[in-house]
Design a protein around this ligand. Sequence first.
Ligand SMILES: Cc1cc2nc3c(=O)[nH]c(=O)nc-3n(C[C@H](O)[C@H](O)[C@H](O)COP(=O)(O)O)c2cc1C
Length: 327
Amino acid sequence: MNYGWPDDHTLRAAFALAVRAPSVGNVQPWRFRISDHRVHLSLDSMRVPSATESGQRDAVVSCGAVLHHLRIALAASGWSAVVRRLPNAADPNYLASIDLVPHRPTMFDSALSAAIPRRQTDRRHFSSAPIPPGYLGLVNERAVAQGASIRQAVDGARTRLVAVLQDSAARAVGDPSYRLELADWSGRPTTLDGLPARKIPQRSAPEGSPTTITAGRSVASRVDADFAELLVLSTSADDRLAQLCAGEALSAVLLTATNVGLATCALTEPLAVPELRRRIRVGVLDGRGYPQAVLRIGWAQAGAVALPCTPRRALDDVLERYEATAC
Ligand SMILES: Cc1cc2nc3c(=O)[nH]c(=O)nc-3n(C[C@H](O)[C@H](O)[C@H](O)COP(=O)(O)O)c2cc1C
């Protein structure tokens, strides 16, 4: 059945919001194609920062985040996305096909869509103001709706998680391959991917100052002095479908938190080391589920300045064979 199709302006506006999704190292490893009233999302394997299992996982999770951002942006503009995940078993990089049907936007769609441009990865220390338990409950509900779950690390679990994050930071110091990869993808002064120079570690800056923006491993090393709540996003399986859903859940969680004014930071570097990932699985998740991301979440410090925007690739670089189709 033909349900119509969004006009060109609506589609481009939705994609422009979708690509604000977070991605590991800001590599934006996604590619969209539109043909015959259908959107296709693929993993751009040339943009996966490393061929390791964790590199692939982070890239698929990032694509899940862009898929959820697109779903939200479309829903807010009156189109519901009907998604088939991994539609072709012979092509694991073909992650989703998306059909569109007219939809009456809800307040929820509008609120999450409005949160997209406001969400930023905030690597600074957070304030000590507590997060109301209802907010964390809501965040978990949103993760569950996408096929994942959230575990808040408290008491002994928090101590064990902080120890893992610190071990991850310590390993990074002596890891030449990590340093090479970070150098390749970060400190780029003008490019539209990777981490721009203004968002990488300023180790000499005083704690809490607006310039103490740090990459994952250095923030992890100071996490014991931080008031952020630590959450672990996990899935019950660990295959590509679960990782895609984890990315959708990550997006839902980050946008939900942003919508209520919370600052957020996703971390997956500690999951790159199988032994550290196993320690999180056992020590925080009680052996149930597979960790897909660690999240720092909290209130920005009073007077914290607005973060600079992380750039994105041009829409036409990620949206192929764009065909404006008449309604
Ligand atoms: C799967 C995934 C893993 C990430 N891992 C880390 C990490 O370990 N450390 C970190 O500082 N940021 C991490 N990030 C955040 C990205 O660096 C960030 O999304 C990207 O630079 C774009 O910036 P923005 O989120 O401010 O738009 C991760 C994001 C995703 C989606």
